[in-house]
Design a protein around this ligand. Structure first.
Ligand code: ATP
Ligand code: MG
Length: 214
C-alpha cells in the first residue's frame, strides 16, 4: 500500500501542523476537536491522519503503524528515538524544559549543600540525565500531569516541566530555576517507510521544509 499515514496529537500540535500540511497540499476533511474519529481522511486519497496521545506518536511511527508523525522534542527525548528518522525541526509548539521550585525554596543552596532533591516529573529520563550531568542526587517521582501541584503539597522539592509564558508557574507560586532544553516539535519518519515510500514521502518533506523556512 502506497498510502501515507501521519500521526498527530490533538491541540497545539494538530493546530500548528495544519498550515504545514496545507503547504504540502494536504487538507484534513475533519477537525479532531469536533469529530470523535481517530482516523481522519484528507483531500488526498493517499494520505490519512491518525489522532493519538502526544507521547504515543513516536511509538506508532517506530512500529510503522504510522509512516510519519509530529512529536515534541520532550516526547522524543523520553522515547529515545529508536527506529525514527528525524529530518526536520518544524519550529512549532515551542517552549522550554525547566526545573521549577516553590517561590520560597532556596534551590541554589540546596544544590550547593549536596542535598538529595525530590523531583516530580512526567519527563523521568530527561530529568535523570539532567541531574546526573550536574552531579546532583535526586529521587525521581513519576507523574502524568499537573506537575505544578507537587511542590505545593510536599510531594517534591522541585519539578521538571515545560514552560512557555511562565504564567502557570506564577499562578502557583513557583519559580523556574534552571533551563534544561529548548523544545519544539519535530517531524519523525519511520525509517523503512522512508525507503519503501520514498517517492511519496520525499516531496512532502521538501514541502514541509520550505514551509518551515517562511
Ligand atoms: P497529554 O495531553 O496527552 O497528556 P501533553 O499534555 O504532553 O499530552 P500537549 O499539551 O498537547 O500534550 O502538548 C503536546 C506537545 O506540545 C508537548 O509534547 C510539547 O512538545 C509541546 N508543549 C507542551 N506544553 C507547551 C506549551 N505550554 N507551549 C508550547 N508547547 C508546549
Ligand atoms: Mg496536555
Amino acid at each position: 500500500m502506497t498510502g501515507i499515514t501521519i500521526a498527530l496529537s490533538k491541540g497545539r500540535i494538530f493546530d500548528e501542523t495544519v498550515p504545514l500540511l496545507a503547504a504540502a497540499g494536504i487538507q484534513p476533511l475533519e477537525d479532531p476537536e469536533t469529530s470523535r474519529k481517530l482516523i481522519l481522511q484528507t483531500n488526498r486519497t493517499d494520505v490519512r491522519l491518525i489522532i493519538v496521545r502526544a507521547s504515543d506518536v513516536p511509538t506508532y511511527v517506530q512500529y510503522g503503524a504510522a509512516d510519519m508523525g509530529v512529536a515534541g522534542k520532550d516526547v522524543l527525548n523520553e522515547h529515545g528515538g529508536i527506529g525514527l528518522y528525524q529530518p526536520l525541526d518544524l519550529r512549532i509548539a515551542c517552549c522550554r524544559m525547566m526545573v521549577a521550585v516553590r517561590d520560597d525554596f532556596d534551590y541554589e543552596s540546596a544544590v550547593r549543600q549536596g542535598a538529595r532533591l525530590r523531583v516530580a516529573t512526567k519527563y523521568v529520563q530527561t530529568a535523570r540525565d539532567h541531574f546526573a550531568a550536574k552531579g546532583v542526587h535526586v529521587d525521581l517521582i513519576k507523574l502524568y500531569g499537573s506537575m505544578e501541584l507537587a511542590p505545593l503539597v510536599g510531594l517534591s522539592d522541585a519539578i521538571v516541566d515545560l514552560v512557555s509564558s511562565g504564567s502557570t508557574l506564577k499562578a502557583n507560586h513557583l519559580k523556574a530555576v534552571e533551563h534544561i532544553a529548548d523544545i519544539s516539535s519535530r517531524l519523525v519518519v519511520n525509517q523503512a517507510a522512508l525507503k519503501l515510500k520514498y517517492a511519496v514521502i520525499q516531496p512532502m518533506l521538501d514541502a514541509f521544509a520550505l514551509a518551515v523556512q517562511k
